[in-house]
Design a binder for this molecule. Structure first.
Ligand code: F6R
Ligand code: MG
Ligand code: MG
Length: 375
């Protein structure tokens, strides 16, 4: 018997938001909800969950069509188009922000939306965690993914679960030169850290278990500015991670978020900021357009669908909506206050090569003639 494969697709897009780059308002989420409901009724997808993190609309879809499927990508594209149109009509802020290209040819990759997709052979039980963040970039997952899949001080299973002792393989993408390398941990841990310690350039794209090449994690790796040739907002990232039974346990996946850590992004995509784990109700950006926020959605895949409750509603765990992350939230606000006290002085602001706005270049140009040679 051929085993059935299931695909988990998370496709996201900033189609416009309320009161600045703050939050996706309900009328836009309603459009996604309606369209994905229709797609489930016609059998194109099996299950879905619509949510937002700040100004990013997130479509989580479970289906049997494989990754990079034209029908699935067209569905997402049409949702974003309709939502952007509504955003335009309501004069919402940044309407259609991430829809950078008008000509769509069956795949949203390279057109603006972020994509993380994984095709799996369902295990006896298949727990999944989806991470999604706003006001940061795909390299923001480097640190937690390293901790989860390579750091024995985070993941006890690397030391005491024989099924994990073989280690994991990491595909690292160089987003500037568009080339990738696979590194195996623990053997090549130092080489891995050497690369992913520069999260603006080297981004973990996929992770496999080394013993059987089972896919364990996939993240989105778009760089919008490289597509559009100019700043159009940060590439707020998503990531899909499989959990348990020879993979990191749910708690090992969440442990890196017990503390806040620093990511690039925040105000105008040009500052270091503390990543703050929040529940869905707090997934909105306020202070200095942040602080950058991350949500974690937990679910079980069951026969090609998201496991449902008695009313047929997908069961979704809002993992950071928990007192266990209060300390990280407190820390994040303390770090935020420290950084903001420094204003536009590095390291609060990113280095000149990473700045998303062009004001500094213009200032230098303006002052060019006034600079006098000093002997
Ligand atoms: C960062 C972000 C915001 C905007 C900021 C200015 O990714 O989206 O911090 O950069 O609100 O936005 P504009 O230039 O649209 O007024
Ligand atoms: Mg926006
Ligand atoms: Mg955003």
């Amino acid at each position: 018997m051929m085993s059935m494969k299931t695909t988990i697709s998370v496709i996201k897009c900033d189609v416009g938001s309320l009161a600045g780059h703050h939050v996706v308002p309900q009328p836009l989420l309603n459009i996604a909800e309606r369209r994905l409901k229709e797609a489930a009724e016609t059998g194109l997808i099996n299950s879905y969950f619509v949510f937002n993190v700040g100004d990013d609309m997130e479509l989580l879809m479970v289906h049997n069509k494989g990754v990079d499927n034209t029908e699935i990508h067209t569905l997402a594209w049409n949702v974003f188009q309709e939502a952007a149109k509504k955003a335009t009509n309501l004069k919402l802020y940044g309407a259609g922000q991430d829809l950078l290209v008008t000509a769509f040819s069956g795949n949203v990759r390279g057109l603006g939306p972020g994509v993380a997709e994984m095709e799996i052979e369902e295990r006896a039980s298949e727990p999944i965690v989806v991470l999604a963040a706003d006001k940061t970039e795909p390299g923001a997952w480097n640190y937690p993914l390293f901790k989860i899949f390579a750091d024995p001080s985070n993941t006890a299973g690397l030391v005491i679960d024989p099924k994990m002792m073989c280690g994991f393989k990491f595909e690292v993408l160089d987003v500037i030169e568009n080339k990738a390398v696979v590194l195996k941990c623990p053997e090549e841990m130092y080489e891995l850290i050497a690369l992913i310690g520069t999260p603006g350039r080297y981004v973990i794209r996929r992770i496999w278990r080394a013993s059987d090449d089972m896919i364990c994690a996939v993240s989105s790796t778009t760089r919008l500015s490289l597509i559009a040739g100019r700043y159009v907002g940060k590439d707020d990232p998503v990531c899909i991670i499989r959990a348990q039974h020879g993979l990191p346990a749910l708690g090992e996946i969440l442990a890196p978020f017990m503390h806040s850590y620093f990511v690039e992004g925040w105000m105008r995509g040009s500052h270091w900021g503390p990543l703050m784990p929040v529940g869905l109700k707090d997934a909105r950006c306020t202070v200095f357009d942040g602080p950058p926020r991350v949500v974690a959605i937990g679910l079980q895949i069951c026969n090609g669908k998201i496991a449902c409750d008695d009313d047929g509603k997908p069961m979704i765990a809002d993992l950071f909506a928990d007192v266990a992350f209060d300390m990280a939230r407190q820390e994040a606000m303390q770090f935020a206050a420290i950084l903001r006290r420094m204003g536009e002085f590095m390291p609060a602001r990113l280095g000149p090569e990473e700045l998303e706005y062009t004001g500094l270049k213009e200032t230098l140009k303006k002052l060019e003639k006034r600079f006098k040679k000093v002997e």
